[in-house]
Design a protein around this ligand. Structure first.
Ligand SMILES: *Cc1c(COP(=O)(O)O)cnc(C)c1O
Length: 360
C-alpha cells in the first residue's frame, strides 16, 4: 500500500522542534526558557477583555478585524489599507511566501535565523537560499545582496535575529535595500523590536514608508505576552497588504485574539514597563556572564545565544537537571530565554562553568 500521493517537496521539511517544557526531574520549580515567551501572565484588563470576548464564541469573528486594524493604523500612523493580520506573524510568514514564491523561485535569508523561513519556503515548493551569518552573529548583507539572482522573489531580514539576538543596523539595511531590485519583496521581521535599545538598529516602519518593496512583520506574542492567542500583523504597501489579506485563513484571527490585541494596545504603557524590566534582566544576565568570562555579541532580544562547541550536550543536560528547559539548535548552539528573575539566576548558576576557558 502506498497511500495518498503527497507533494514531494514535503520530504525535505526539517522537523520543527518547538521549545519543550522542563522535564521535571528535580524538585526545583520548573522554568521554560526555550520558546522566548513572556514570563508574565496577561494584565487584568487584558484578561477581562479576553473573558468578555469569550461569550461571543458561538459567532464567527469579524473577518476584517476592523477595530483592531483601525487601532493598529492609529498606533503606527499608517493607513488601514497598509495593514494585514495573521494567526501570529508565523501565519503571515507563510502568506508572504505564498504571495511571492513557488517552484523555481528563490527565497533568500541569513542562516542561522528563524526556523519557520526554510519550512514555509519548502512548503511552497520554492528554493531556500541561506547566507551564513558573520562571525559576530549579524546578517552578512553584502553576501546576501551578492546572492540575489533573477529567481529571487523574497528576502527575509530578521532583526533582532532569532536565535542570535544580533540587530541589523539601519545604515547597513539602507545600503542593502539600494542593491535589491524593486520587484523583490523584502520582509523585515521585527518580532523582538520592543526589546531593542540600540539606536543604530533598524526601524522597520520608517523604512517601509518610502520603499514599496519593503514589508514589516510584528507580533503580539513576545513583548505583549499573547503567544497563546495567535495574532500578528504586517505593515506593507497596498498591493502586498491586499495579497496578504487575500491569502489569510478565513476567520483565522479569533474574536478573542482581536479583543486581546486591542486591550493590549490600550494597556501599552504597562506592558512596555514589563518589557523594560525584561530588558534590565537581559542586561544583568549579560553583565554577569561577562564577569564569568563569556564574550558574547550583545543580544537586543529577550534571549541569549551560546555557541558551546562540543560541550553542548553536557550544558543542555546540566540545565535539565535543575529543571530549566533551553532551546538547542543541533550542534550550532543553545538559545536561552530571559525569564523570571529566579529562572535567570538559576541559569547563571549553570552557565558559569561553561565560559570559554581562554577568557577565564
Ligand atoms: C516568535 C517569532 C515570530 C512569530 O511568532 P508568532 O507567535 O507567530 O507571532 C516571528 N518571527 C520570529 C523571528 C520569531 O522569533
Amino acid at each position: 500500500m502506498t497511500g495518498p500521493r503527497l507533494r514531494h517537496t514535503l520530504a525535505q521539511l526539517p522537523a520543527y522542534a518547538a521549545g519543550r517544557p522542563p522535564r521535571g526531574e528535580s524538585d526545583l520549580p520548573p522554568y521554560k526558557l526555550s520558546s522566548n515567551e513572556n514570563p508574565h501572565e496577561p494584565l487584568p484588563g487584558v484578561l477581562a477583555a479576553i473573558t468578555a470576548a469569550a461569550s461571543a464564541t458561538n459567532r464567527y469573528p469579524d473577518p476584517m478585524s476592523t477595530d483592531l486594524v483601525a487601532a493598529l493604523a492609529k498606533r503606527h500612523d499608517v493607513p488601514s489599507s497598509h495593514i494585514a493580520l495573521g494567526t501570529g506573524s508565523v501565519g503571515l510568514l507563510q502568506q508572504v511566501v505564498q504571495i511571492t514564491a513557488g517552484p523555481g523561485d528563490e527565497v533568500l535569508f541569513a542562516w542561522r535565523s528563524f526556523e519557520a523561513y526554510p519550512i514555509m519556503t519548502i512548503i511552497a515548493g520554492a528554493t531556500a537560499v541561506q547566507v551564513p551569518l558573520r562571525a559576530d552573529e549579524s546578517h552578512d548583507l553584502d553576501a546576501m545582496a551578492d546572492a540575489i539572482t533573477d529567481r529571487t522573489r523574497l528576502i527575509f531580514v530578521c532583526t533582532p535575529n532569532n536565535p542570535t539576538g544580533a540587530i541589523v543596523r539601519q545604515d547597513d539595511l539602507d545600503r542593502f535595500l539600494d542593491r535589491v531590485p524593486d520587484d523583490v519583496l523584502v520582509v523585515v521581521d521585527e518580532a523582538y523590536v520592543e526589546f531593542v535599545r540600540d539606536d543604530a538598529a533598524v526601524r522597520g516602519i520608517d523604512t517601509y514608508r518610502d520603499r514599496p518593496n519593503v514589508a514589516v512583520l510584528r507580533t503580539f506574542s513576545k513583548a505583549y505576552g499573547l503567544a497563546g492567542i495567535r495574532v500578528g500583523f504586517a505593515i506593507a504597501h497596498p498591493p502586498v497588504a491586499l495579497a496578504l489579506r487575500q491569502t489569510q485563513v478565513p476567520f483565522g484571527v479569533s474574536t478573542i485574539a482581536q479583543a486581546a490585541a486591542i486591550a493590549s494596545l490600550d494597556a501599552e504603557a504597562a506592558l512596555l514597563e514589563r518589557v523594560a524590566h525584561l530588558v534590565s534582566e537581559r542586561d544583568r544576565v549579560e553583565a554577569a556572564m561577562f564577569d564569568q568570562g563569556w564574550r558574547l555579541p550583545a543580544s537586543q532580544a529577550n534571549f541569549v545565544w551560546l555557541r558551546l562547541g562540543d560541550r553542548i550536550d553536557e550544558f543542555v543536560e546540566a540545565c535539565e537537571e535543575v529543571n530549566l528547559s533551553v532551546r538547542r539548535y543541533g550542534d550550532d548552539g543553545v538559545r536561552v530565554t530571559i525569564g523570571e528573575v529566579t529562572a535567570n539566576d538559576r541559569f547563571l548558576g549553570v552557565v558559569g562553568a561553561y565560559a570559554p576557558a581562554t577568557h577565564r
